[in-house]
Design a protein around this ligand. Structure first.
Ligand code: ZN
Length: 767
């Protein structure tokens, strides 16, 4: 290479860097070096090291194990005294490679014990105005005593075992350490006072109807084994009441005794249907198993009303068996109506079921079981075929809570029969959500105590897909809307939250108890992040395959966040470390805009701008070879003729073409007239794809998506040149509001000078 050419390259480099230097009035100060803070750096430091239990691909490893806890339980509900008692035998299998010296059992009802520390961690302030109910509860009543009374803990031979209760956890000291592969059988006898969840909050308890009858939705009601695994050892985070549960899988045999006039349903297959059903109920049940298009009533409104007038002193025992479930729950009342329909699932079918008092009708009769059925179809398509025999939705005011095969859901008509739209869609959405929890976390069994988003976020994302499906299946249910009015999922619905003061909020990767703004942070944000990933970053095909891979890999197992993140990348060949970092590990937000558009024309005459640059560097004009120069319309070098110039008439181009391009290829050379330099800005932290829409002078438009990696070396600004025959008159980013951009005032060029007063107010109030 000749020395002039080397010099020339240096100048060229200088010229191309010139626009940056121009903006700096002061000479640059020497900056300190820095740690690698690039947003596209891999998540090696944040992620746990892959090992034989959990692989780098995000799949369970060759040494993956999980513990098993099998239960045999006799439960009795005392409706008159609102008490529940039980005797349970737990068989615990140590499948780990570790020797266990003790076992930990969870006593979640102790969150409501008289000496519970949960109220003590909530700061309180005097409120200037109080609801009488809140006032009475806060200042005038003794705390409700709803903690466990443990009557005995014994081994299989009936010998008392030593145990220690630490609030919501109980350590069982075994006579001998439990070696790998061994089982330990022990029993616990217990009882507790059931809480009125309308007065004392709770995911479980009873509500009292106007006629004095109660509806019981009973869960976390028995001492439950804690999880022991390769990630945490024994799960040792107490139940404070907020973040939910971590539970091992097992098989259950449960006998539940209730007043003889109660209707009851629970996790598992009913074993003694002929004993507890009337002849009519049996006949209707047969019918329901063949009804795939509409629910069949097993207990009618008239029958429920009739039962509500009595209070049976006789008892009835309902017997269930459930296989491979992580938890157990049931609902019972003499007020319940009951309907069911069949849902095709794989080669067979499962039952969609609802339990509700007459107060919930007609809303529940119309939509509950249909919503259950529709949810099972969508979730099974997105993950795996529903493996349990049924899914039950129970009407329980103020509730929205999930257990294997059964969940509690709010939403009833007003007393005068009016059905408010907010209540109707709230009810359908909560049913879809809670039934969806059968998949996350009941089957894909993540640790809810640690990571709320892993079940709530994944479930709320799939709920959005299921809601849209429900709307398509039942247009009558959603009329006058054309699409189901989903609250969470669409990108623009998270903007208000993301536009809030992020210094006051926590990243998604935060333990549930410590999350600020729980609903938006643990449900809305992760669900939206996944929806954006699916619709905008990855595309449905790649996303759905990876999401399904994750669900199937971790079906009936215990995944961690890394298992999810890694599988999504492994199964799609999309490096998403930057996406997980920004959306899940930080509180950054999205704001991308169009900063400027410059238009250039072409000349072979050296411009004043370039002359000045080379003069500064002591280079003679004659040393510079023939070049193509770019000129803006407002520059001194601009001449009107440049606008209509044919590129093949520009001397250096003509020379190059004649020397290098065969004659037959020359006609296909393009001849752009306009050279637009578009500069995008990114005031927001999160790098996202730039979804650009260019509109030309003739009204046509073109859309180009620049992958997020365009920001990898320039976190604040990036430019792209568009050469075209037509002039660009408008540039817009994210025209369909797909990225949760929190400030759209910079999304369009030319800037709309006059924002309406309302728009301005909205943008200001968001900030
Ligand atoms: Zn949930």
């Amino acid at each position: 290479m000749k020395s002039t050419n080397i010099l020339f390259l240096a100048v060229l480099f200088f010229i191309s860097g010139y626009t940056f230097a121009q903006n700096e009035a002061e000479p640059a100060k020497r900056e300190q070096g820095h740690y690698n803070t690039n947003r596209f750096k891999q998540l090696k430091e944040e992620f746990a090291t892959p090992n034989m239990f959990r692989t780098a691909s995000g799949a369970p490893g060759p040494h993956y194990y999980q513990q098993q806890a099998d239960y045999i339980m006799d439960i009795e509900l005392d409706d008159e005294n609102k008490k529940i008692s039980g005797f349970e035998t737990i068989t615990y299998s140590n499948n780990s490679p570790d020797v266990l010296e003790y076992l930990w059992v969870q006593l979640d009802q102790n969150v409501r014990a008289k000496d519970s520390k949960s109220p003590l961690i909530e700061p309180s302030e005097v409120s200037p105005a109080n609801m009488p109910s809140t006032f009475v509860e806060n200042y005038m009543t003794e705390a409700f005593d709803g903690g466990f009374n443990i009557l005995e803990v014994k081994d299989a031979k009936g010998n008392a075992l030593k145990y220690t209760i630490n609030r919501t956890m109980m350590r069982i000291d075994m006579p001998h350490a439990l070696k790998p592969g061994e089982k330990f059988e022990f029993s616990i006898k217990w009882w507790y006072n059931i809480n009125d969840y309308m007065v004392v909050d709770g995911r479980s308890g009873y509500e009292t109807f106007e006629d004095g009858n109660r509806g019981y939705v009973i869960a976390q009601f028995y001492p439950r084994m804690a999880v022991y695994n390769d990630v945490e050892g024994w799960q040792n985070s107490q139940f404070w009441g907020r973040d939910e549960f971590a539970l091992p899988f097992g098989n259950f045999e449960v006998n539940i005794t209730v007043p003889a006039d109660h209707i009851l349903d629970a996790t598992g297959n009913l074993q003694n249907r002929k004993e507890v059903f009337t002849k009519d109920m049996l006949k209707r049940y047969e019918e329901a198993q063949k009804s795939f298009d509409k629910p069949v009533l097993i207990v009618t409104e008239e029958e429920a009303e009739a039962a509500s007038k009595g209070f049976s002193k006789a008892k009835k025992t309902w017997k269930f068996k459930a296989e491979n479930v992580r938890d157990y729950a049931f609902a019972t009342s003499r007020k319940y109506m009951w309907d069911m329909m069949a849902v095709k699932m794989g080669a067979g079918s499962v039952m969609a079921v609802s339990l509700y008092p007459p107060e919930s009708n007609p809303l529940w009769g119309d939509w509950s079981t249909r919503a259950v059925a529709s949810t099972l179809k969508t979730f099974s398509r997105m993950t795996f075929d529903y493996p349990y025999p049924k899914a039950i939705s129970v009407s329980a005011e103020n509730q929205g809570m999930e257990y294997p095969m059964i969940c509690w859901n709010y939403g009833r008509p007003e007393k005068d029969g009016t059905i408010r739209e907010r209540i109707k869609f709230g009810m359908i959405s909560v049913i879809i959500h809670e039934v969806g929890h059968n998949y996350f976390p009941m089957i894909v069994n993540s640790d809810e105590r640690q990571w709320t988003w892993m079940d709530e976020g994944l479930n709320t994302f799939t709920q959005y897909v299921a809601e849209q499906d429900f709307g398509e299946t039942y247009p009558d249910a959603i009329a006058p809307h054309k699409k189901y009015p989903s609250r969470r999922g669409p990108a623009k619905n998270i903007v208000d939250y993301m536009a809030g003061d992020q210094s006051q909020l926590a990243p998604i990767m935060t333990k549930g108890l410590n999350v600020y703004s729980f609903g938006a942070n643990a449900y809305g944000k992760p669900a939206t992040a996944l929806n954006i990933l699916r619709e905008t970053v990855m595309g449905r095909e790649l996303f759905d395959f990876a999401f399904k891979t994750y669900a199937n890999r971790w079906m009936f197992k215990h995944p961690t966040p890394e298992d999810f993140f890694r599988t999504m990348e492994d199964a799609s060949a999309v490096d998403l470390d930057w996406y997980w970092r920004e959306w899940f590990y930080t509180t950054n937000y999205v704001d991308i805009g169009v900063k400027d558009v410059k238009k250039y024309h072409v000349t072979s005459k050296m411009t004043k701008e370039v002359k000045e640059i080379i003069a500064e560097r002591g280079i003679l004009e004659t040393e510079i070879p023939a070049m193509v120069y770019m000129v803006t319309e407002d520059s001194e070098d601009y001449e009107e003729s440049m606008k209509t110039a044919n590129l093949k008439d520009i001397q250096p181009l003509r020379d190059y073409i004649e020397e290098n391009i065969p004659v037959e290829e020359r006609p296909s050379l393009k001849n752009p007239k306009y050279f637009h330099e578009i500069t995008f800005e990114k005031p927001g932290g999160i790098p996202m794809p730039i979804l650009a829409k260019y509109t030309y002078s003739d009204g046509t438009s073109e859309r180009i998506t620049y992958p997020a990696q365009i920001w990898r070396k320039n976190d604040g600004y990036v430019s792209k040149v568009i050469a075209s025959e037509k002039e660009i008159v408008r540039v817009e980013v994210d025209p369909e509001e797909e990225t949760a951009d929190i400030d759209t005032s910079n999304n369009v060029w030319p800037r709309q000078k006059e924002l309406g007063a309302f728009e301005e107010f909205k943008n200001n109030s968001r900030k």
